[in-house]
Design a protein around this ligand. Sequence first.
Ligand code: BGC
Length: 496
Amino acid sequence: MPSSRRGSGSVTLPTGQVLAIHTRTQDEEDLPHATKKTMADHLRKYESLFTLTPQRMRMIVEAFKDTLEAGLEKPKQTVPMIPTFVFGWPTGKETGDFLAVDLGGTNLRVCLVTLQGDGKFEITQSKYRLTEEQKQEDGQKLFDFCAECLKTFITTNLEEGTVKEGELLPLGFTFSYPCEQDKIDHGRLIRWTKGFGAPNTEGHDVADMFRASLKKHNVPAELTALINDTTGTLIASAYVNPATKIAVIFGTGCNAAYMERVGDIPKIKNLGIDDQADMAINCEWGAFDSFEHEHLPRTKYDQIIDEKSNKPGEQAFEKLISGRYLGEILRLVICELIDEGVLFLGQETYKIEIPYALDTAFLSLMESDPTEELLMIIGIFTHFFALETTLAERQFFRALAKHVGRRAARLSACGIAAIVSKMGYLEEGCAVGADGSLYNKYPGFADRVHEGLQDIFGDKGRNIVTYHAEDGSGVGSAIIAGMTKIRKEKGLYLNC
Ligand code: BGC
């Protein structure tokens, strides 16, 4: 009988959660594990599947650029290039108290933002985790929940007298899903993304739906701007760093916004807005290559994710990149190797066979495991999936996580490069405000995006630098509400 070494300890995850590890490192004859060589052979195969060459990246950038142009040209394109009616950059002089409600992919956040001018602000906020049920129940119910949370927030955080009798506080609503807009305070939901499916919402004006909930719950707030998180990020980042030209979100979903000259948005020519005016565009680039699937390197794992999703065919770019899907890509590869009899022979694998059981946060932990024995990976597999691993297997998982994460970052670089190249920002360079869990928490993600930009543009790629953006959904939303107030007071584009 081979001896077995036992040990226990714990690892603290970046989230603060503590993983208890009870390690039983069995000799390899005990359970039939794959050999080091087998794992290395498999790794080579996956490496070639998930690797993007610079040449392929440049092809993607070209197709991406054409798609962005097409979206500006005509309405109802796959990548809708949504005019946001956010006119130009903030001056930094916007001041006042604003409420912000941010309905994101994972949380609902409610904030009170005080803009103090000179790029300064103060923020008080509460966060509520959304349940999977809430994402699928009737849309109006979801907005009712947002209104109730806002009401509680106002009651607990605002000093008495802040809201005078009969007065309403201006509210920016950050709703991070594609909405067609013809005014800043209205928007029709084109489609849910990020796994949301709440019925009776697609095709409806979500600003009006939220207004109805605010009224029903007697909330002293007036929705003055409906905002996408990327647009908020663009404006908030420019408020503190005027070199910012583009904003990107790499989180549960992915998307970008930038500032366009109105004269270069042919589809809104009929609105009679000055050609020289600037307007932020919410690209909704997560939809790039949807339905047709002509340009992106989709593997069979990506196809499975797509087919089994609640929105097959849609958000093709997002499904290769965003935090909602990366863990699942890795899990599907692992399940394939279980089916082929390579991994976990003789072990009970049902826990890891549950769809979406492997969170993207695990992927980043696997990649960054600093210990020689890869203790973090041992912890993840024993604690969450009751599976024993050998060192060779753990090294394989870490390398695989790296390939999946690297592909996501390089594809993200393609999207940024398409905007840079379309707008001619390469020579003078520009700052890209970036936010989202993947960008902020995935080790090396930003470095890989930068490396990708250099692979696409050569040395000049160094001129494009991403940095951790200012909070767009809270602060950005408040600044936009402030900018809109000033614009309307000046009597500019009152119908927008
Ligand atoms: C949504 C975008 C959003 C992005 C990042 C995507 O799924 O369609 O509106 O900006 O996620 O949150």
